[in-house]
Ligand binder design. Structure first.
Ligand code: URA
Length: 237
């Protein structure tokens, strides 16, 4: 975290004294909101800072972790149904954000939104194998046989050969599933292939990102610097 006036002064846009005046006049925005004070501490990696509407930090990307609720489409616009972008606060909505991967309409949980195309591409590429962890409620009781079948790499009815995956039984009607790929309805199809149709699905983690209990369905927050660094390093950046 760095002081706002230092970030702006270091880029040669104004002296620290001038920044103080610009902030007082409401001409400095941080993530679309007038800066509260010249000495406020912010992250130059993730904050969008503008002076008179001009970006200070050059091409900075935005990384939002959303707790997607059920009933919302993983899309940026739809004529009839609410999308995940509708849940993003106004100043961030016009940044060209896109979801990294897709959760079904009835699936809840962790969804990353960003305007960083390179990171998105890598996170979705099979080359980097980013683990996604899901909690599933199912019909029946997942068991060691299901875990072994997942570990061996399931073949689905339509011939799709899945990569080896992890299934941890949690008791009657519950399990955790960890996948390194993200084919259409993959968790549901894999569990259905084992005779355990999914009743409820929630993504808990993606690589180093975890969905914390405090982030309520429908809420989003910025990634921390540590999360961003960890995420970038999982895909070779
Ligand atoms: N697998 C599914 O079946 N659905 C999702 O939303 C995510 C993974």
């Amino acid at each position: 975290m760095e002081r706002l006036d230092k970030i702006i002064a270091n880029r040669g846009i104004a002296s620290r004294r001038e920044v103080k005046e610009l902030v007082r006049q409401g001409r400095v925005l941080v993530d679309g909101v007038p800066a509260a004070a010249p000495d406020m501490k912010i992250s130059p990696e993730t904050a969008a800072i503008t002076v008179d509407g001009v970006p200070v930090c050059g091409e900075r990307y935005l990384y939002l972790l959303l707790h997607k609720p059920a009933g919302v489409l993983t899309a940026t616009e739809d004529k009839r149904q609410p999308t995940v972008l509708d849940l993003v606060p106004e100043p961030w909505r016009r940044r060209g954000l896109a979801p990294v991967g897709r959760l079904d309409k009835d699936t809840e949980g962790l969804l990353l939104l960003t305007d960083d195309g390179e990171l998105t591409h890598r996170l979705l590429s099979p080359k980097y194998h980013v683990d996604k962890v899901y909690y599933a409620r199912v019909e029946g009781t997942p068991d060691a046989g299901d875990a072994a079948a997942f570990a061996a790499g399931l073949q689905l009815d339509d011939g799709l050969q899945c990569l080896p995956a992890r299934l941890e039984p949690l008791g009657p009607g519950e399990c955790l599933v960890t996948l390194r790929e993200g084919k259409f309805h993959q968790v549901k199809r894999m569990l259905a292939a084992r005779g355990k149709p999914v009743l409820y699905l929630k993504r808990l983690a993606m690589g180093p990102l975890q969905l914390e209990a405090e982030l309520m369905p429908g809420q989003c927050r910025l990634l921390t610097d540590q999360e961003l660094m960890a995420l970038r390093s999982t895909c070779g950046l």
